[in-house]
Design a protein around this ligand. Structure first.
Ligand SMILES: NC(=O)c1ccc[n+]([C@@H]2O[C@H](COP(=O)([O-])OP(=O)(O)OC[C@H]3O[C@@H](n4cnc5c(N)ncnc54)[C@H](O)[C@@H]3O)[C@@H](O)[C@H]2O)c1
Length: 449
């Protein structure tokens, strides 16, 4: 479990047992105080879930506006309602603060801060490093620290452990990694019923973390190390990235063969074993799938290994917005129009249906490329009222018969459930459908990817 640069000191079985017993007692008496570092898409639902189970939770949030909204009983994450926040805040089980000195009163600290990529697509761990350096100032014996931010295998031991060198990990402080699996907008699987993987630096760390998470989550899956737990998350997201890459390449191949890729996938999916359908689309989006595989390939590069599947899938997936723009160009050409000067409506700008998250959304790349070709762009998305892009400000336009008929082309980028498919089909001059929203409908003015 050790890395070359790090020494983990295992000592004091008695002290260890004492701290575990104390931890158990605090759980049983619900006096355990949980601190969440970063109240975003991951941290807020997690904190609320612990509060719902009777635990005292404090969210430590750098963004003062977010902290203030929570204390005013307002949610800024679609999966969490104002009522859920109000219930927990009212019962004094949940609060947010920008005062990090309160860390010293916590029994548990769960780090849920962003792990983006730098401009050169290298891991940017600055938020994680900043969090652990803050925690370190106030850390005390008996605390459990868990990193939930997605990162490359080895991070916990290489980045976090050295920062805690004044403690004996596994005896006077516990440390684990537990990947977050939250799927924004998923109505079936929430925090509680999504199994949680946990890997501690020592067995005691795993034991204490398992105890904690089993208070709020139905099933907890311990693995043998933090590195294994870190790798689990990257396998899950790399699996998706590669399979979506395959579906996207299938779309490109079917385009050349003049075969409907959607029909092919639907038919293949009738095989009751050995096949799992993935679908093409306008490109990857969100904070996970387009980013996380690069954490793995970056780490492997430092070990002189080239992660070929990851790179290939990334090439194909990132070419999809351009493929969509090509479809627009061809569609307009059939109508004897050019992109330059055409009025184009982008329908849906979030990266997936029924949520507002625009991070890494392919809609942004598509809009930028169309703008650079001289198109006049509007968009519609009820989850996002406004958009700042390419030094321009856009406002979501309404979607009705007369507005649709004003556009030379409509590009369906995000198939939100609320969208009126018939309205769009019946009143648009040209539709580029990147999501098979027009499934089963064959009309001259509809072009699918
Ligand atoms: N969003 C998802 O669907 C999802 C799913 C699984 C895993 N993850 C991973 O979870 C992590 C968090 O993602 P997210 O989507 O919640 O990000 P987010 O941007 O929604 O939230 C992160 C929050 O942390 C705050 N923050 C940043 N630095 C801080 C600091 N030093 N101290 C306190 N607060 C700080 C930010 O202000 C923000 O509110 C990332 O590693 C991400 O890859 C995200």
């Amino acid at each position: 479990m050790n890395t070359e640069s790090t020494t983990i000191n295992f000592k004091g079985q008695d002290e260890n047992q004492m701290n575990i017993t104390l931890f158990k007692e605090k759980i049983e008496t619900k006096t355990l105080h949980i601190g969440i570092i970063g109240l975003g898409y991951v941290g807020l639902p997690l904190g609320i879930e612990f509060s719902k189970n009777g635990f005292n939770v404090t969210g430590f949030e750098k963004n003062a506006q977010k902290a203030s909204l929570i204390n005013q009983q307002k949610s800024y994450i679609p999966d969490i309602s104002d009522q859920e926040v109000a219930d927990c805040v009212d019962q004094k089980l949940f609060r947010a603060t920008t005062d990090f000195s309160n860390i010293r009163t916590m029994d548990v600290l769960i780090i849920c801060v962003p792990t983006p990529l730098s401009k050169t697509k290298d891991p940017d761990l600055s938020y994680v490093v900043n969090s652990i350096q803050t925690i370190k100032q106030y850390a005390k014996k008996g605390q459990l620290i868990v990193l939930e931010s997605t990162t490359y295998p080895g991070t916990t031991e290489e980045i976090i452990v050295p920062e805690l060198s004044e403690f004996t990990i596994g005896t006077d402080i516990f440390l684990a990694f537990s990947p977050e699996r939250v799927d924004p907008g998923n109505e079936t699987y929430k925090i509680k019923n999504t199994p949680k993987v946990i890997g501690g630096v020592t067995e005691a760390c795993t034991q204490v973390s398992e105890l904690l998470y089993s208070q709020a989550i139905d099933q907890v899956i311990p693995v043998s190390s933090t590195k294994a737990a870190e790798m689990v998350k990257l396998l899950e997201n790399t699996f998706r990235s590669i399979n979506i890459g395959l579906a996207n390449e299938l779309a490109l191949m079917c385009d050349k063969l003049d075969v409907d890729v959607w029909e092919v996938i639907e038919a293949a999916a009738t095989k009751p074993f050995g096949f799992m359908p993935f679908y093409p689309g306008p490109g990857l989006g969100g904070h996970c799938i387009p980013i996380d595989p690069f954490y793995l390939s970056w780490k492997l590069k430092t070990l002189n290994y080239d992660a070929r599947f990851i790179n290939l899938a990334s090439d194909i997936n990132s070419s999809m917005p351009h493929h969509v723009v090509n479809k627009v160009i061809h569609g307009l050409n059939q109508h004897e129009k050019s992109v330059n000067g055409s009025k184009i409506l982008i329908i849906g700008i979030a990266y997936k249906p029924n949520i507002d998250d625009m991070r890494e959304s392919p809609a942004l790349d598509i809009i930028q490329e169309l703008l650079s070709l001289g198109a006049n762009i509007d968009y519609h998305d009820k989850f996002n009222d406004s958009l700042e892009l390419a030094k321009q400000s856009f406002k979501s336009v309404s979607l009705d018969q007369s507005s649709l008929s004003r556009y030379d082309c409509c590009v369906i980028v995000t198939n939100h459930d609320y969208l009126d498919k018939d309205l769009i089909i019946n009143h648009s001059k040209l539709i580029i459908d990147t999501r098979n929203m027009t499934k089963g409908i064959s009309k001259d003015h509809i072009i699918k990817i």
